[in-house]
Design a binder for this molecule. Structure first.
Ligand code: RFL
Length: 386
């Protein structure tokens, strides 16, 4: 016999866990099915930069204790290129907002604990294999091999960009771009080397520096498409970072062991209707966004809040207007983040001598950001906001 619940949530990432917590706070019955183990989910180091809206949602719904205790606020970023370095105090530009830096794995651990404390049901090691958006039912397979079915009133697809729920959406409803750029994403057990997020533009390719905690720093290196992470030894990473970060001019990096290295292809896509029958897509399942502007987890939290309010109205007050408007409410915000993320890709990468026109445009965009208050306000508003 099938299990029953009010809202079946596929996936225990930021999207599924924020949604689950908000629904539990309203007393709604939920079940989260998650493919990974609890340890795997709580160890997945990805995002770190939470925008102002994310910090508000987490704080307002009682999910922000860890973030407020151990996170740090950032309101400055720096750009380096052949013309030197300049710093933007984005917390004094645009809407005057700042980031809170709190590693995603810490946030996910907090959200799992709080969801369980709120009486939410969460099964790890369970892979959803089939989704029926019209009847709101899923079939699953447990790691031990047992299979089963859950029937729900509503389904929330929070299973990421490679999940199964977005496959229940017809193929033509997707809009995608591969930017043809790859990054080596590195986590190093080394304190941050600079007080701010630093974007280094260099003829050898982009390099980025982002604090994650007082002991851990994320670095990015643009690498040729098709490159493999295993060809980047610790030594090669630090040598290349030193060149692109122009350490001779700006000071050495604080080095430490590299604990994670992986290739990230810069790709973006948007599913153009986030509702199909009784299925609602949230987070990366709704829209994959390149990490160039650190928006993915922030979009996930934004949509989770919108969907939670709509589901509460539907289930408690029999009012489905919020559900009917879900796509309309979220898509403009998703596209705005996509547009800015794409703008950042243009700012951070060029092909040097191979494409001099593009290179000159890139330098001009950076020059505008260096000199024009209007460009700086545009940057600040989009960088922290959604
Ligand atoms: P997630 O986090 O991918 O979670 C989906 C969950 O669904 C599970 N799952 C399934 N469960 C059951 N059955 C199935 N068939 C399933 N298929 C999948 C998975 O195991 C997983 O647990 O999606 P969610 O919740 O939408 O959250 C999205 C964010 O994780 C993502 O957008 C961000 O990490 C993106 N991102 C960043 N976002 C920011 O806002 N700020 C940042 O600073 C930032 N830095 C980053 C990033 C992403 C990165 N990578 C690796 C692409 C840095 C990097 C390097």
């Amino acid at each position: 016999m099938a299990d029953r619940t009010s809202v079946l949530i596929a996936g225990a990432g930021p999207a599924g866990l924020v949604l689950g917590n908000l629904l539990r706070a309203a007393g709604i019955e939920t079940l989260i099915l998650e493919r990974g183990t609890r340890e795997q989910v709580q160890a997945r180091a990805r995002a770190g930069f939470l925008g102002a809206n994310s910090a508000r949602v987490l704080t307002e719904y009682g999910l922000g204790a860890g973030m407020l205790r151990d996170g740090s606020t950032h309101g400055t970023c720096a750009f380096r290129d052949e013309d030197g370095e300049f710093t933007l105090r984005y917390d004094r530009l645009g809407r005057g907002e700042q980031h809170t830096v709190y590693p995603q794995q810490r946030l996910v651990s907090d959200l799992v604990a709080e969801y369980l404390a709120r009486g939410g049901e969460l099964r790890f090691g369970v892979t959803i294999t089939d989704v029926d958006a019209d009847t709101a039912s899923v079939r699953y397979r447990e790691d031990q091999g047992r299979t089963g079915q859950v029937d729900a009133r509503f389904l929330a697809g929070c299973d990421g960009s490679n999940g199964v729920t977005r496959q229940a959406v017809p193929a033509p409803a997707r809009c995608a771009r591969d930017h043809g750029i790859s990054w080596l994403a590195v986590l190093a057990e080394a304190p941050p080397s600079m007080p701010a997020v630093t974007y280094a533009l260099h003829e050898r390719g982009f390099a980025g520096h982002m604090a994650r905690s007082p002991q851990v720093t994320r670095y990015y290196l643009q690498v040729p498409p098709g490159d493999e992470a295993k060809s980047w030894s610790d030594e090669r990473i630090w040598t290349e970072l030193a060149v692109r970060m122009r350490t001779g001019e700006f000071g050495a990096l604080r080095q430490g062991p590299v604990t994670e290295r992986r290739i990230v292809r810069l790709r973006s896509d948007v599913v153009d209707t986030l509702r199909h029958g009784r299925l609602f897509l949230v987070g990366d399942a709704a829209s994959l966004i390149s990490p160039s502007a650190a928006k993915g987890a922030n979009l996930a939290i934004m949509a989770a809040e919108v969907l939670a309010a709509a589901l509460v109205d539907a289930l408690k007050r029999d009012d489905e207007r919020g559900l009917a408007a879900y796509s309309r409410t979220c898509l403009p915000r998703i596209w705005r983040a996509q547009e800015f993320s794409h703008w950042m890709i243009g700012l951070l990468h060029d092909q040097g001598g191979a494409e001099p026109f593009g290179s000159a445009l890139r330098r001009t965009r950076l020059g505008n950001l260096r000199e024009s208050r209007a460009h700086q306000d545009f940057f600040a508003e989009n960088y922290v906001g959604i």
